[in-house]
Ligand binder design. Structure first.
Ligand SMILES: [Zn+2]
Length: 132
């Protein structure tokens, strides 16, 4: 999965609308950690159940992958976090955020703390329209 720094322009796909990237983590770069508010986590899990912009194949969590590398990983694959697709949220101020569905797992399993603007967008914004 491509690494994009939090709040950098989402450039994974040039055809996509302008958006800020959140949660495109990579083990090569440190990320913010902390306690994400429970209501935000719950909402993200709901949103992750209906992802947009589905990719071919799945993204696997590389932090879990590192903890159980192949072939152990492959045997454990059904139990290792993976995701297909993205979560797009439009904040009340019109800012659009693009996150991988794995972001819910990163928060739950790896204590990732997304930027506050994204947290507020999850609480008060709406799924970005016009994506499928
Ligand atoms: Zn993981």
């Amino acid at each position: 999965m491509a690494h994009i720094a939090d709040l950098a322009p989402y450039d994974y796909d040039r055809e996509a609308p302008d958006a800020l990237a959140v949660g495109w983590l990579d083990e090569s770069a440190p990320f913010a950690t902390g306690a994400c508010p429970e209501d935000v986590t719950v909402r993200l899990v709901e949103l992750a159940a209906h992802p947009v912009r589905l990719m071919r194949g799945y993204h696997y969590c590389q932090f879990c992958w590192r903890a159980a590398p192949p072939p152990q990983f492959l045997r454990a694959a059904p139990d290792v976090a993976h995701g297909n697709g993205e979560i797009w949220i439009t904040a009340t101020d019109g800012t659009i955020y693009a996150a991988p569905v794995l972001i819910a797992h990163y928060i739950d399993a790896h204590s990732y703390l997304p930027p506050i603007g994204f947290v507020e967008a999850v609480r008060t914004g709406a799924p970005t329209e016009g994506l499928s």
